[in-house]
Design a binder for this molecule. Structure first.
Ligand SMILES: [Zn+2]
Length: 247
């Protein structure tokens, strides 16, 4: 029965799964099997802390948070679990934090591609890794610099997700701009990965100028859709003074 179910799950994917993906599906199935509903048990909501008399949201959050292995440092949890970006971007940011984006180095390690095909699609010179494609590649680095320039900021940037995120959060002190600043971080990460895939799978060539322009447009669109940010219609996004930049 279990084998059939796993087989069914594998067959239902849009494409044929790689062997390592089949292993992950099997692992997920094992977890599901171990935590399935049991007729002899009564349904209900439980949490470990018996001292909670009422519904303590913070207490439940802390309990769940501490049960994560390994836990995400609270200092960057707001980056990894940010709420003002679409789910597809949330997933990409989470994978970036875990360094689980399926970059060239990962695919070589799994024997899916040869090292000759594991280069960065942007610069075509370096091995594609999570930190390279998002931070240290000259295309990615230039993109972040353009973002800083957009906000009249300047700073040397770190190369790892956690250090970079902490630094990014500290660059803006005004409370009213915190959410849009955080959204910008998520939007850049997702957009770099999205653009990388378009180059990789559609042979699309992108210029930094056009990419940054589309990125600003996307930040404005997401801010409007996800945050209800007023005055950020796409047609005014490039008028920085009237849009999201500081007066
Ligand atoms: Zn590169």
């Amino acid at each position: 029965m279990e084998t059939q179910f796993v087989s069914g799950m594998i067959d239902e994917w849009c494409r044929r799964l790689y062997d390592w993906e089949i292993e992950e599906v099997r692992a997920m199935q094992t977890i599901i099997d171990q935590n399935g509903p049991k007729r002899e048990l009564q349904s209900g909501l439980m949490w470990n802390n018996k001292e909670m008399a009422s519904y303590p949201t913070n207490g439940i959050f802390s309990t769940l948070y501490e049960s994560l292995t390994p836990p995400i440092p609270k200092s960057i949890a707001s980056v990894v679990w940010q709420k003002y970006i679409p789910p597809r971007a949330q997933l990409t940011v989470w994978l970036a934090y875990k360094e689980k984006l399926k970059t060239g180095d990962f695919l070589v390690e799994k024997g899916i591609i040869s090292p000759q095909n594991a280069g960065c699609p942007f610069c075509r010179t370096e091995l594609e890794t999570n930190s390279h494609i998002l931070f240290t590649c000259r295309f990615a680095w230039s993109t972040w610099m353009e973002m800083l320039k957009w906000w009249n900021l300047a700073a040397p940037l770190h190369k790892s997700f956690s250090d970079f995120s902490l630094q990014w959060l500290g660059l803006i002190s005004e409370r009213k701009y915190k959410d849009i600043w955080l959204l910008s971080l998520g939007c850049v990460i997702w957009s770099l990965w999205y653009e990388r895939n378009k180059i990789k799978f559609e042979n699309k060539i992108v210029s930094l100028e056009n990419f940054v322009m589309s990125l600003k447009l996307r930040i404005g669109t997401w801010a409007k859709e996800m945050m209800g940010y007023s005055g950020c219609a796409p047609n005014v996004i490039f008028n920085a003074d009237s849009f999201i930049l500081r007066p």
